[in-house]
Write a protein that binds this ligand. Structure first.
Ligand code: GLU
Length: 501
């Protein structure tokens, strides 16, 4: 058997370090066993998937030096490697599942489903579909379809008993069927959901080992059932521990930068990031701390992965990065990396037009440009608050952070519109809104033009700076309390008509 692993990112946002973490261990496992790793794009959620996100994921994984044997960019004999291009396969699978009694159409309205859910919650039951449409006979189904009623397909889950499956790291895992929902496997728009598309592709792409995050353990019974319904053997499963924030919660961008691009923009070395990810839940048999993908692959034994949630600690990553700069690279290599990063004509050339008006000598340039070449600048809470009230500063910083999440493109004009809108909605002048942002972003109340600077910094460094300004306010006792944040969230959704993800 040739080992085949895969990573299956959904292109719905910035490239996440969790994706790189999964890619690294899938790759190490495949290499160790002389196999292959596939990269598959899971874009069945059409409303959230974008080609920009797909490109960003691929290019950030490549920046890290992680590669794959088959994928949407390099092809392969099991393609296409984007789920949106494989819809026929999922339609065929639905037919097989219906014929074999593992799936059924459901015509329930959203109102009915809400009612059922409400009652179940009232009765302290786990909310799940009540199997109402299982009682429809063939004629009723045909009639409803002819009437053109919208419908989905659901997975038929046993009413009692237990699903037992093997996990390479945990041994036997048992989950009672009554904890498993009658999952929608095809939506009313004819698109499959993750569960169906995922197992169909893993089968057709010859995946032998599904190595993924532990958040999918509870979905595995559904997948086992789908494999059974299709008459296919299930692959071997290994659910890796999830990366955690220092407070042990699941790694989230609210508490830690999670975008791979942040690490690139903030001046981390790709090999140090990969090394650090390799230390998350794993130690090399010889306890070595500095290692690369080849060394990890050579000695990799999946059973050595520990199940405790590994803490993704920025301070530790920084320390490791420093060791790489001093111990692993020659000074001339460091210089080369510095130039590749930001000390190059292209990047400095973008800053120059912003700074030109303020230059008297060449030596004025670097102090002005400095904040675009650092991670987070330094300033005091007093400077940040300026003439405004601290509570209002916290509020507009937070609103800007939320609004930025929704920006379709990160450029000067979009950013300028965003601040105009905030000023308008908050009934303030732009002149009143901007000063704290100048300080949060550049460390100074006077600086290069703000919108252009934000455009150059990019979304990840900007988000980190806004967050660190908010933290500064909190430690000074004038930030947003938990209650205040909840209130602001409500107000924001109402006034700006946006959700908060
Ligand atoms: N598309 C899923 C994700 O983005 C893949 C999960 C899996 O590996 O099965 O997490």
């Amino acid at each position: 058997m040739t080992v085949r692993t895969r990573i299956a990112p959904s292109p719905t946002g910035a490239p996440h370090v969790g994706t790189a973490y999964m890619a690294l261990f899938n790759l190490a496992f495949a290499r160790k066993h002389g196999g292959q790793m596939v990269l598959r794009i899971e874009d069945t959620d059409q409303s959230r998937s974008t080609s920009e996100s797909e490109e960003a994921i691929l290019s950030s994984l490549k920046w890290l030096g992680l590669s794959w044997d088959e994928g949407p960019d390099c092809g392969g004999k099991f393609g296409p490697y984007r789920q949106s291009e494989r819809l026929e396969l999922y339609k065929d699978a639905i037919q097989v599942l219906v014929d074999n009694g593992y799936a059924y159409p459901c015509f329930c309205s959203a109102e009915r489903l809400n009612e059922v859910r409400k009652k179940q919650i009232e009765n302290k039951q786990t909310p799940r579909y009540d199997g109402h449409c299982l009682n429809l006979n063939k004629e009723e189904i045909e009639q409803k379809m002819q009437e053109g009623l919208p419908f989905v397909y659901r997975l038929k889950v046993p009413t009692d008993g237990t699903c037992v499956f093997k996990d390479e790291l945990r041994g036997e895992v048992s989950i009672d069927w009554n904890q498993v929902d009658h999952q929608i496997i095809q939506k009313s728009d004819g698109f499959p959901t993750y569960h169906l598309a995922n197992i169909v592709d893993d089968h057709h792409m010859g995946i032998t080992h599904v190595i993924r995050g532990e958040e999918w353990i509870n979905s595995t019974p559904k997948h086992m059932l789908l494999y059974e319904g299709m008459g296919w053997d299930a692959p071997i499963f290994a659910h890796l521990p999830l990366l955690r924030n220092p407070d042990k919660s699941k790694l989230s961008k609210r508490k830690n930068p999670t975008s791979i691009d942040y690490y690139k923009d903030a001046g981390y070395l790709p090999e140090a990031v990969v090394n650090y990810l390799g230390m998350m839940g794993y130690t090399l048999p010889d306890q070595k701390e500095i290692f690369n993908l080849e060394e990890l692959s050579e000695s990799f034994e999946i059973k050595r992965m520990s199940l405790g949630g590994p803490i993704f600690d920025l301070a530790k990553l920084k320390w490791l990065n420093g060791r790489y700069l001093r111990e692993q690279l020659k000074p001339e290599d460091v210089l080369h990396r510095l130039m590749e990063w930001k000390a190059n004509p292209e990047f400095l050339g973008k800053i120059l037009p912003l700074a030109l008006k303020r230059l008297e000598t060449l030596s004025d340039f670097f102090p002005l440009a400095q904040f675009l070449l650092t991670d987070t600048p330094d300033y005091s809470t007093e400077e940040l608050v300026g003439k405004l009230e601290a509570a209002n500063v916290a509020k507009i910083l937070k609103i800007a952070e939320w609004e930025m999440e929704k920006l379709p493109q990160w450029n000067r004009d979009q950013l300028s519109n965003l601040f105009q809108q905030i000023a308008e909605v908050e009934d303030l002048k732009l002149k009143q809104v901007l000063p704290p942002f100048f300080v949060a972003i550049s460390g100074n109340s006077v600086s290069l033009p703000l919108f252009d600077s934000l455009a150059l910094l990019g979304p990840d460094l900007t988000r980190t700076r806004l967050r660190s300004a908010l933290e500064k306010l909190s430690s000074a006792g004038s930030g947003l309390s938990k209650k205040g944040l909840k209130k602001l969230e409500k107000e924001y959704v109402q006034k700006y008509g946006n959700r908060i993800d």
